[in-house]
Design a protein around this ligand. Sequence first.
Ligand code: ZN
Length: 336
Amino acid sequence: MTPNSGTVEGLERRCFAVFDGARETVPLADLAVALLERQKKTWPGLAGGYEALGEARLREIRGDGWGVKIQFNPRRIVSSGARVDPETIRRRPCFLCPDHLPPEQQAILYRDDYLVLCNPMPIFPGHLTIAHRRHLPQSLPENMITFLRFAVDFGPRMTLFYNGPSAGASAPDHLHFQAAPAGLMPVEKEILDPRKRTGARRRDGVEICRTAGLARGILVIEGREEGNVAAAVGELIGTLGRSTTSDGEPLLNILCTRTGEGWRLILFPRLKLRPDAYFREGEERLLISPGAVDMGGMIITSREKEFDALTPDLVREIFREVAFDDAAVDALLDLL
Ligand SMILES: [Zn+2]
């Protein structure tokens, strides 16, 4: 074990439960519910996060054939206002490394490699952060099979999500996923409408299509065979990388749910992390920093100003600026 993976004593102290996939193990989603109930009692910081979520305001915005929810959650300022440039990241102590977690924080040790943790600034009830024990870089292509297996182990009740290192990950230097109860992001229901899907192509039992008219370009990938699903997503990410100019992993957010015997992934190819208005001064500034959850249709605002200011036109404009549109996703599909 490297020093970064946390001392054995430290891990034992934190370990709420072990999930190793053995048949007698309690289902992972049930373990996570029990962890949350315990931590609300033993960790005041988490209780405060849930109190803030309970007081968070919510409103809906309906566009033409699409909808989003806006959540006003002042605690999220830490995330939406965070500096994620490489120099800042390099200098700060990594908050996902086991040795830097809050002393009260406990974990489910997952298959000896990951810590399933309660997110102390939840966007959803039951919001989890899943961090690798070691300080490894955030990368989906290298960890695709693990991502799919998390979806299997959590089962259809939960949605896994991933923010690329340059597309919303708050710790781009530490491999992590997140999870929340399935169905809370509007896009999860919208993409089930066959009228919103088009351009389907099928290969090796995996169907890839795009959505139409949801104000941002979205790919939906469905399949039942792990290796083929992982290969299809890997090919998409590779094609995306070649069609964009970013260094390293292309900008993307992805959601993943277990569906019966298979998986459904919802992929948002991105153009940039933050809209230009994010960097303006004073009144002009819009503190909106979209990650997977926002692209999924739950837009998080940490200030009342943005909560009040967003309109269908403004949301469409932000999506247009930070994400592919339908035509760009179509062009991407043609490259496959
Ligand atoms: Zn770390």
